[in-house]
Write a protein that binds this ligand. Structure first.
Ligand SMILES: NC(=O)c1ccc[n+]([C@@H]2O[C@H](COP(=O)([O-])OP(=O)(O)OC[C@H]3O[C@@H](n4cnc5c(N)ncnc54)[C@H](OP(=O)(O)O)[C@@H]3O)[C@@H](O)[C@H]2O)c1
Length: 246
């Protein structure tokens, strides 16, 4: 694996990855773990599959608050926060809906809890840890299907709506953050179609050249993050650096 550089940050930078057990999250963790510009790296995960990771369940705010406190006490200021969590399907109970008939309050609530409310609570507890005197980035993985303007095919009600809510929450946080952190960047990111457990049941119609490995997606997204400055805060970026309209 070739390493990556993040020259737009002041080195050595401190980074936190929330969701380090996931397909893309573990690729972020691996890439940041070999990056010479990274001084401190804190991994957070719900499952206990990641050695040394701090336990974070997005449905449990005290676990998020505890992780932020651990980050502050171990690393001090945090230059880069990446939220790589997300949920499209969960067991038999939550499946992406093809029609309104499949809609349920329980799956809508679950999708909003994981895809929108949890990341917003991460912003609540981690944004105060960003430095005020230099570039810092808070980035949450969203999805192109959360774009209302881009929605031409319908379906996937809960996931689409929760990602749209995430985009709005992060944009609102970006506006508040800019008041005290003028150099900070607060964005959502679309990783492309990536070969992970989340997308695997839905890869049928995906051309092989469209499907990225998690390692490739993490590299693309960190390159986008490195290229951003405060003028680009509050937006949704695709893996190739293009802006996706909300
Ligand atoms: N893969 C794609 O093609 C694709 C496309 C567009 C957008 N995205 C977005 O990219 C992000 C990462 O997805 P992925 O493909 O890497 O999926 P993944 O492999 O299924 O990983 C999902 C991660 O989210 C974590 N998670 C789920 N619920 C959680 C909760 N309540 N508390 C804490 N962590 C929780 C999982 O933890 P556990 O290991 O504990 O389950 C896992 O680390 C998601 O936001 C997804 O919507 C992915």
């Amino acid at each position: 694996m070739t390493t990556i550089r993040l020259p737009s940050f002041r080195a050595p930078l401190n980074a936190v990855v929330i969701g380090a057990s996931g397909g893309i999250g573990s690729a972020f963790a691996a890439l940041l773990g070999t990056c010479d510009d990274v001084g401190g790296l804190l991994l957070c995960a719900r499952s206990n599959r990641v050695p040394g990771a701090i336990h974070v369940d997005l449905a449990d705010e005290p676990s998020i608050a505890m992780a932020a406190e651990t980050a502050r006490s171990r690393l001090g200021e945090i230059d880069l926060v990446i939220i790589a969590t997300g949920m499209l399907h969960e067991g038999e109970s939550v499946r992406p809906e093809k029609s309104l008939r499949a809609l349920s309050a329980a799956s809508l609530e679950r999708s909003f809890a994981v895809n929108a409310i949890g990341p917003a609570l991460v912003a609540k507890h981690f944004l105060p840890l960003l430095p005020r005197d230099r570039k810092a980035v808070f980035a949450a993985l969203s999805a192109r299907v959360g774009s209302i303007a881009d929605n031409q095919v319908g379906g996937w009600y809960a996931y689409r709506a929760a990602k749209a809510a995430l985009n709005q929450l992060v944009r609102t946080a970006a506006i508040e953050l800019a008041r005290k952190h003028p150099l900070a960047v607060c964005v959502t990111l679309h990783p492309g179609t990536v070969d992970t457990a989340l997308s695997r049941p839905f890869q049928g119609g995906v051309r092989p050249e469209q499907l990225q490995s998690p390692a490739m997606a993490a590299r693309h997204l960190l390159t986008v993050v490195d290229g951003l400055d405060a003028t680009g805060t509050g937006r949704l970026y695709a893996w190739d650096g293009s802006v996706i309209p909300f």
